[in-house]
Design a protein around this ligand. Sequence first.
Ligand SMILES: Cc1cc2nc3c(=O)[nH]c(=O)nc-3n(C[C@H](O)[C@H](O)[C@H](O)COP(=O)(O)OP(=O)(O)OC[C@H]3O[C@@H](n4cnc5c(N)ncnc54)[C@H](O)[C@@H]3O)c2cc1C
Length: 309
Amino acid sequence: MSIERFHIAHSIDEALDLLAKEGSGAQILAGGTDLLVALRAGALDAGKTAFIDISRIPELSRLTLNGPDGQCQLGPCVTHHRIAEDAGLGRASIILGQASHSVGSPQIRRRGTIGGNILTAAQCADTIPVLLALDAQLLLRDTKGTDRTMAIKDFFPAPKKTAIKADELLLGISFASLAGKPWKGSYYKLIRRAAVAKSRLNFAVLIKTDLQGKVDEARISIGSTLPTPGRFTPAEELLKGNKPSIELAQAAADACSAYMIQVAGRRWSAEYKEPVVRNLARRGILKVFGLEQAPEESLEQHPEAQHGA
Ligand SMILES: Cc1cc2nc3c(=O)[nH]c(=O)nc-3n(C[C@H](O)[C@H](O)[C@H](O)COP(=O)(O)OP(=O)(O)OC[C@H]3O[C@@H](n4cnc5c(N)ncnc54)[C@H](O)[C@@H]3O)c2cc1C
């Protein structure tokens, strides 16, 4: 079976009608940077016969910085380029722009969308750890017009799988804006070369401090470490209520590494990932604490490691 029809939808309703009409043969297409690679490699899901291009639906490319209840709302077709360039979104999310800026190359960032990044559910996806740290919610609509929202933390039930149903479209991504609030964050991507490189690991942390300067809330996610994307709750709990220090960052970094082994098991890659996760986490947390250390302690000491973003 191969793609026999290419539809261009101009509205959400039209896209949903086409999705209903094409049934299980439908494949939603946004920027196409994942799908066209899969098409050429003969790796599209079996039985897909029709592309439904949603990239020209204006509502799906909308970006609202100050929506109801201070929510920041992104349409799924907002591109990585736009996310990386938008200063207001930079203030609202702190680190989403860095993650999107690290995606592929300028061409890929101008086509590739945040929705496509989430839906491909790759272990190395750059925006997923950040959206987990932002506690993002996803808005989905099915072909009958029924909406549901789902926390991104519940959206990945199994490796490389998402909870979207065959008759659903992702309509939006939202999170509470962090602009003007006492949050800081950092994002690191571990890559083999400086551009057009998938991350080996990526680390996202957001930390809120209270009036005494203690950690009030911490949110950590590290891509390519757990079987499905998720938060590193033990390390988050360990940070909470404590004054920032080098020792605290080290303890939280140790907790990240231990949690990865606890959840993922001691796999063949653990020998590499265990120290690298520890170093990446320590570096990211120290950066948020404003306690970054001298270069001799840096990740570049590891023979394979570089960091970007
Ligand atoms: C050379 C190259 C380099 C890359 N580098 C990186 C990188 O550094 N980091 C990274 O994270 N990714 C990278 N990617 C992967 C890719 O660019 C991103 O995942 C991108 O965000 C995908 O978005 P898209 O719009 O192109 O998705 P598409 O290819 O259009 O779609 C991807 C999937 O999402 C589904 N989909 C999209 N939108 C919706 C929607 N609204 N509702 C339902 N389903 C939807 C599609 O059906 C499909 O299953 C790279 C790709 C290439 C080719």
